[in-house]
Design a protein around this ligand. Structure first.
Ligand SMILES: Nc1ncnc2c1ncn2[C@@H]1O[C@H](COP(=O)(O)OP(=O)(O)O)[C@@H](O)[C@H]1O
Ligand SMILES: [Mg+2]
Length: 345
């Protein structure tokens, strides 16, 4: 009775603690937080100066005593203390904006495939210490599949490829479980590094991360050539002074292609490890792409060409995971079968 009462009044929360972005869903309200996974800390007094998009703006521009921290690395917590502080601030904000009788929420959190027990426990601990009453874990591609409403509860092969900033994960899901999978510790952030490396080699110019991101989003593509160009500024490595260069689409594609090939190889391996009946379902239904990285122009086309199976980029791919955690909260009894065991028992 008491439990039912709690269940009714607490605002349960879904969390996607991504490498690049952190998103929060509040039951009954929807997506309430969608911010960069970045924290700015003042080293003089150990205080947090900014989190999220405000902290991201400071990246590469802060004085020595302001440290810009990305507390997640390939979807795994690399800085426990800072992640905890960030989550506490987020929970407080959610709480302030929501009328609740029970302040401590149940949390559904997305977690990468192939995490160690220690990494899993660390995620559970950080969420509990930030104020959650209970934590449930769902693997990122499974959450994404639910978010885009794939029929994962049926005996049908669903292949989803979730492309985040630090992780690229493919999973074939049937009957609420993963049949075959591949998790690569690389993603959109590596594509940016590829562009930076290429420009350094080719132009002798050092670009900032934000500039590489801008190049990728404005003219990046995996297929087709519209011959777009972009003017960007970096630092001339010889003279040490600012220099403007013109980068074209073809060059960007050349820079990122090795990473794209690794992702395609990962999808290939996943399909190879999938029983034939399910492969036939996938062939009919297509490969579904989600995650921010799915927005790279022509990525669907190149995968389709190399793997020979239709590819579909889902609508609003960046929020697939968080919408999935939300749907789990809204239909908890039905979907709780997808949770993976806690590392705290
Ligand atoms: N239009 C785009 N083209 C290519 N990559 C994009 C685009 N928009 C966002 N991204 C990339 O998507 C990644 C972020 O995706 P997201 O799912 O939010 O990350 P995560 O879940 O890992 O935090 C970043 O690496 C970003 O550069
Ligand atoms: Mg994501």
């Amino acid at each position: 009775m008491l439990k039912k009462f709690f269940g009714l009044f607490s605002k349960d929360i879904g969390i996607d603690l991504g490498t690049t972005n952190v998103r929060v869903y509040v039951r009954g309200r929807g997506l309430v937080i969608n911010e960069a996974s970045v924290v700015a800390v003042n080293l003089r007094n150990d205080q947090i100066v900014a989190i999220g998009n405000n902290a991201l703006k400071m990246m590469g521009k802060s004085p020595n005593h302001i440290l810009i921290i990305k507390p997640l690395n390939h979807g795994v917590i690399s800085d426990f203390e800072v992640t905890e502080k960030m989550l506490k601030l987020i929970f407080e904000k959610v709480h302030r904006d929501t009328f609740t009788l029970v302040p401590r929420p149940r949390v559904v959190a997305a977690i990468p495939l192939d995490v160690t027990e220690v990494e899993k426990k660390s995620l559970e601990d950080v969420i509990l210490q930030a104020g959650a009453r209970e934590v449930f874990l769902v693997e990122r591609p499974v959450a994404a599949a639910i978010g885009v409403r794939l029929p994962i509860q049926e005996s049908i092969g669903n292949l989803i490829v979730e492309l985040g900033g630090g992780l690229s994960e493919a999973a074939v899901i049937s009957l609420n479980g993963i049949v075959s999978k591949k998790s690569l510790k690389m993603g959109g952030e590596l594509l940016n590094k590829n562009i930076i490396g290429y420009v350094r080699e080719k132009f002798g110019v050092l670009l900032g991360d934000q500039t590489a991101e801008e190049i990728k989003i404005k003219i990046g593509s995996a297929f087709n050539n519209k011959n777009q160009e972009i003017k960007v500024k970096g630092r001339d490595l010889v003279k040490g002074l600012p220099k403007e260069i013109l980068v074209n689409e073809e060059q960007v594609r050349e820079a990122i292609m090795p990473s794209l090939k690794t992702i395609i190889e990962g999808i290939h391996e996943t399909i190879e490890a999938t029983p034939p009946e399910l492969v036939s379902d996938i062939y009919e239904r297509g490969i579904i792409l989600s995650g921010g990285g799915a927005q790279l122009r022509g990525l669907d086309k190149i995968i389709q060409k190399k793997i020979n199976i239709p590819v579909i980029v889902t609508d609003d791919p960046s929020t697939a995971i968080i919408r999935g955690t939300g749907l789990i909260l809204e239909d908890f009894e039905n979907l709780k079968q997808v949770f993976i065991p806690s590392a705290r028992d």
